[in-house]
Ligand binder design. Structure first.
Ligand code: HEC
Length: 140
C-alpha cells in the first residue's frame, strides 16, 4: 500500500463514520423521535405532581429509574408491570419497618393520597417510555 492510499483510507473512513455517527445521533435525538418515545401528550397534572414528589423525597437516592440512580433498592421504571397498580399503592402506604421487605428497609414518607396518585401516574408514564428495552432485566 502506498502512503497516499493509506492516507485516503484514513480520511475517507473518518469522514464516512463521522457522517454515520451524525446521522444516527440526529435520528436518536430529533424531536420527532423523542416525542414518540416519551409520549409527552400523556404527561398529566398527576404525572407532574408525582415527579415532584419523587424529587422532593429523593427516591433516586436508593432506587433506579430506567437504570439511573442508586442501586440500593429495586428499579422502579417497571414497577407497575411487576407489582400492578394496586400493589404499588399498597407498598407506598406501608413502610418496610411495618411488615414488608427484606433486610434493606424503606423509610416511611407519610405520602398523602394525592402524592400516591401522582407517583402511580408518574410510574405508569415512565413505564411506557420506549427505552429499547433498557434496563435489560427486571431488577434494573
Ligand atoms: C433509604 C432508601 C430508600 C428511599 C429513599 C426510597 N426507597 Fe423505596 N424501597 C427501598 C428499599 C430497600 C425497598 C425494597 C424493600 C424490600 O423489597 O424488601 C424499596 C421498595 C420500594 C417499592 C417496591 C419496589 C418493588 O419492586 O417491590 C416502591 C414502589 C418504592 N420503594 C417506592 C419509593 C418511592 C416512591 C420513594 C420516594 C418517595 C422511595 N421508594 C424512596 C428503599 C428506599
Amino acid at each position: 500500500m502506498t502512503k497516499s492510499s493509506a492516507r485516503n483510507i484514513f480520511i475517507g473512513g473518518t469522514l464516512f463514520f463521522a457522517a454515520v455517527f451524525l446521522i444516527l445521533t440526529y435520528k436518536s435525538l430529533s424531536s420527532e423521535t423523542l416525542s414518540k418515545r416519551t409520549h409527552p401528550e400523556n404527561i398529566s397534572d398527576k404525572v407532574v405532581w408525582g415527579k415532584r414528589i419523587w424529587e422532593r423525597n429523593a427516591c433516586i437516592d436508593c432506587h433506579t429509574l430506567l437504570g439511573e440512580g442508586a442501586y440500593y433498592a429495586p428499579e422502579l421504571g417497571n414497577v407497575i408491570k411487576r407489582r400492578g397498580e394496586a400493589g404499588v399503592r399498597a407498598i407506598l402506604k406501608t413502610d418496610a419497618l411495618q411488615g414488608w421487605g427484606t433486610v434493606r428497609k424503606m423509610p416511611k414518607f407519610n405520602l398523602s393520597e394525592k402524592d400516591i396518585d401522582g407517583l402511580v401516574e408518574f410510574f405508569k408514564w415512565v413505564g411506557r417510555i420506549d427505552t429499547n428495552n433498557w434496563p435489560p432485566n427486571e431488577q434494573g
